[in-house]
Design a protein around this ligand. Structure first.
Ligand code: PMV
Length: 332
């Protein structure tokens, strides 16, 4: 059997940004980590030129020669178009005229700042390049995924595709090769979802407006967040959890200043700290979404149980694996 005949499945993890979101768009260093929830994607060849993308969570749509020709319900084509653009760009760059079927199953909740779109894009790029028998480096996947991210986000920094590709905990700065940080012991985070969703692009635009209005203040905040990121890296590498937690709270307060927090996010941060966490912050785009908190290993279980009474909370052990090939296909 030709290797192009068999379906190929890859998966990639969701992510949290430990510090530096939004400022990373303007060149500040940020730290991010891969999560335990993953997006799975199976790609198989077709005999015609149709690209069919179906997602267990969203629905299915088909494109022929760049035109949307079918969708399972109105708006699905629009929601999956970013992945279609990336798939057709990859096929065109390898001179492949026939289409493919792409099947997606994502465990990562959408629009909660957990990087679901980047994970789907990275898993899809991996499966497609593998199907085409093309050899590639992790950075190639992150670059392809940026095509999809540019459709979903406004001015994406590239941090989401980078961390979902590499896995673990990474230091990321625009235009610089990301570096994986190796903590001496596993690091456990509390990931607390508010359940409120928000489009990252809207929040990135909001920050651009704040910056225009207060350029001098924004420049100073950038310097401050750069120091936060340097200190977060040291705290992770030296397993200084109390220091790490307190740095998260500092970062949260800067994110409040630039207008991306909400009363719900502030409440979750306050509830985490008053139940004993060393510190907490919103993670990702903000405007809703998710909070991360750090606590001592002795207190973690108790804080988890307290927060669980009011919120959807998970304990996540870092590091987690990045993009990888899977042995079983996604069935939708
Ligand atoms: O995808 P989200 O919501 O986790 O946001 C990504 C982080 C931002 O800094 C807000 C945007 C970016 O591209 O860096």
């Amino acid at each position: 059997m030709d290797s192009m005949d068999r379906p190929v499945t890859w998966s990639a993890p969701g992510k949290v940004i430990i510090c530096g979101e939004h400022f990373v768009v303007y060149g500040v260093t940020a730290i991010a980590a891969a999560l335990d929830k993953r997006a799975y994607c199976t790609v198989s060849p077709r005999d015609d030129s149709v690209i069919r993308i179906s997602s267990k969570q969203v629905g299915a749509a088909e494109w022929r020669d760049g035109e949307l020709v079918k969708e399972s319900s109105k708006g699905v084509g629009n929601r999956l178009n970013a992945y279609h653009k990336m798939v057709s760009a990859i096929l065109a760059s390898h001179d492949r005229r026939k289409g493919v079927n792409v099947v997606i199953d994502s465990q990562i909740p959408r629009a909660l700042g957990l990087g679901s779109s980047a994970s789907i894009a990275v898993a899809t790029a991996g499966a497609l390049l593998d199907l085409l028998n093309v050899s590639f480096e992790p950075d190639d996947l992150a670059q392809h995924a940026l095509i999809a991210e540019s459709e979903v986000h406004y001015r994406p920094s590239g941090i989401d595709p980078a961390v979902t590709t590499l896995g673990g905990i990474i230091r990321f700065k625009r235009g610089v090769k990301p570096v994986r940080l190796e903590p001496p012991a596993p690091l456990e985070l509390l990931v607390i979802e508010t359940g409120k969703t928000k489009r990252t692009s809207e929040m990135v635009r909001k920050v651009a407006q704040f910056r225009e209005l207060h350029i001098g203040i924004f420049d100073k905040l950038m310097e401050l967040v750069d120091v936060v990121s340097q200190e977060v890296e040291l705290a992770i590498l030296n397993n200084r959890l109390e220091r790490l937690g307190s740095l998260l709270t500092v970062n949260h307060n800067v994110l409040r200043i630039i207008g991306v927090s909400t009363p719900e996010l502030d409440d979750v941060v306050d509830a985490s700290i008053s139940s004993g966490a060393y510190g907490a912050k919103l993670t990702g785009g903000g405007g809703g979404g998710t909070v991360i908190a750090v606590a001592s290993s002795q207190n973690l279980k108790r804080i988890y149980e307290v927060l669980q009474r009011s919120y959807s909370v998970r304990r996540v052990r870092l590091p987690q694996e990045g993009v990888r090939r899977e042995s079983s296909p996604v069935i939708v």
